[in-house]
Design a protein around this ligand. Structure first.
Ligand SMILES: Cc1cc2ncn([C@H]3O[C@H](COP(=O)(O)O)[C@@H](O)[C@H]3O)c2cc1C
Ligand SMILES: O=C(O)c1cccnc1
Length: 345
């Protein structure tokens, strides 16, 4: 399997970073989460003057065989139709990218449609849709490997373009189902608490989705290793995100984590390489059932709580101005000595 070299950033810089933050003209700790973010990004970048360069939101898209079982309110073709909307600039993620200066990249990981690649969509298609994991593994070992490699390749290209912060998003009707299965397998939280409305199921629909996913789990005969669970229940776009996140961490790129699906992707990535979590900033806690439970389980502290349940990277991008403030704080605030203010602590 593709390997990644992900290290915990060097601790040696931390005292100097803490010292710099504590000497800014404010009571110690009074800028709270902004101070934590500045420390984290300075630590990742190994500098006392961290920067944010060329932010990009990368949407990985694919279809899911399990959709045949009626687990989503939305029909499968919404995946490619929404991609077309992304290209025309009319989706939720588009106005947020425009507002916050993000470049938007769309990656076809496995959409069940012949997409027009001359529009700028990045062709990384591994196959058209996963198989239906009610009956068989969603993807083969080779397909999983291709997903990891291609996700990593997309991020290497962003790195070459100068990005040091990336947000990841997804589009794939049915992908809250894969997410719920990864969540229950990796956290041992009962499946019932991991299954929610996704793109809009009512209670009857959620019950049916739960029954299908429960049956899929009962039918599973794999070895329960992280690798096998990722492969068996994964979405092609979600495994590509894992490759992308791992490559980002290897390159020292800050990872902005979006909603329920992306939180599950970084959870799964951390089962392969635990150190990936040092590079993650959790953008928000959304309304999809299980998201808060999962964040709590991971001891993650999301920046926002806006009741979002869309995906596409929207919640991560909404949180970006807070990250920008943290970077301005550490670079632009004066210190006690220079400002001639008596330091009383
Ligand atoms: C128009 C539309 C736009 C979306 N953008 C993101 N999603 C979100 O909904 C899907 C997951 O929900 P489920 O598992 O219930 O299918 C994903 O595509 C996710 O990105 C959308 C869903 C719809 C309908
Ligand atoms: O939080 C998410 O990522 C999410 C929730 C519902 C539907 N699509 C995405």
């Amino acid at each position: 399997m593709k390997t990644f070299k992900i290290i915990r950033p060097d601790e040696n810089i931390r005292p100097a970073l803490i010292d710099k933050i504590n000497n800014l003209t404010k009571p110690k700790g009074s800028l709270g989460t902004l101070e934590e973010l500045a420390l984290q990004i300075g630590w990742i970048q190994q500098t006392l003057s961290p920067t944010l360069q060329h932010p990009q939101n990368i949407i990985f898209a694919a279809d899911h065989g399990i959709v045949d079982e009626g687990v989503s309110l939305s029909p499968k073709e919404v995946t490619w139709q929404q991609i077309s909307n992304f290209l025309h600039g009319g989706a939720g993620v588009n106005f947020l990218c425009r507002q916050h200066g993000f470049t938007l990249k769309i990656v076809d990981a496995g959409v069940d449609y012949n997409l027009p690649y001359d529009t700028g969509i990045i062709d990384m298609k591994v196959r058209k849709s996963t198989r239906n994991y009610l009956h068989e593994a969603a993807m083969t070992e080779e397909e999983m490997e291709l997903c990891l490699e291609r996700g990593a390749e997309v991020v290497r290209n962003c790195h070459k373009e100068g990005s040091n912060i990336l947000s990841f998003g997804e589009m794939g009707i049915g992908n809250t189902s894969s997410s719920s299965l990864w969540m229950t397998c990796f956290t041992n939280i009962p499946l019932e608490q991991c299954v929610g409305a996704g793109s809009g199921l009512d209670n009857v629909g959620i019950r049916h989705k739960y029954e299908v996913l429960k049956q899929s789990l009962d039918n599973y005969r794999g070895d329960r290793s992280p690798h096998d669970i990722i492969r068996y229940f994964g979405g092609l776009e979600m495994v590509m995100v894992i490759g992308a996140m791992l490559q980002a961490a290897e390159l020292g790129i800050v990872i902005m984590v979006d909603g329920f699906i992306m939180t599950n992707c970084i959870l799964a990535a951390s089962k392969l390489y635990p150190e990936v979590l040092h590079y993650a900033i959790f953008g928000h806690c959304g309304d999809e059932t299980g998201h808060k439970l999962l964040l709590d389980h991971m001891k993650a502290r999301p920046l926002l709580n806006l009741g979002l349940r869309l995906g596409e990277g929207t919640g991560a991008i909404c949180a970006y101005p807070i990250v920008q403030s943290a970077i301005r704080m550490i670079n632009e605030m004066d210190n006690f000595a220079h400002a001639s203010i008596t330091k009383y602590f």
